[in-house]
Design a protein. Structure first.
Length: 164
């Protein structure tokens, strides 16, 4: 193999090694979301949007980590967290009034992990860790959510396949 071909293959592999890109949900490999929706008593319309969403866009730069969960126009959830660890405010994911407080950090294994907390109604905490696998073609989101008042906890995984 000549040098330029090797560099091209390396660049292509490197392009797929990162989290940045568009990801399609693999519903067969993902855990059902009904229990997570029930935990925060998600309204019917939002529950339907969550259950049919299938696209996640990620941007991982040296300055920030951004997620865009495509749930349909105004139902999209866009969050941007600086790698400085600064706590930022975003609209609540359940689309209720108010905001959640969140930050991003890297785990000891180097995986991005978003940590958020929100107040009543249904106040709680959630962590979302993003793990890349299968040579950069599979993304697993591991979520752990607890509602303060009830103490109810739900852990689930969402698996995505690289779309671009």
């Amino acid at each position: 193999m000549d040098r330029s071909m090797g560099q091209t293959l390396w660049a292509q592999a490197d392009a797929h090694a990162g989290l940045t890109g568009k990801w399609r949900k693999d519903k067969e490999q993902s855990d059902p979301m009904e229990e997570a929706c029930d935990l925060v008593e998600l309204p019917w319309l939002l529950k339907k949007a969550v259950l049919v969403h299938n696209t996640l866009e990620l941007e991982d730069t040296p300055e920030f980590f951004r997620t865009t969960l495509k749930a349909g126009g105004v139902l999209d959830v866009v969050e941007r967290y600086p790698w400085s660890g600064e706590v930022v405010l975003h609209k609540r994911r359940d689309k209720r009034s108010g905001q959640h407080r969140g930050r991003v950090e890297r785990t000891s294994d180097g995986h991005p992990c978003i940590l958020v907390e929100w107040d009543d109604p249904h106040g709680g905490v959630c962590s979302d860790m993003f793990v890349l696998g299968d040579g950069g073609y599979t993304l697993t989101q591991l979520s752990d959510m607890t509602i303060r008042d009830s103490g109810r906890r739900f852990q689930y995984k969402t698996v995505f396949q690289r779309a671009s």
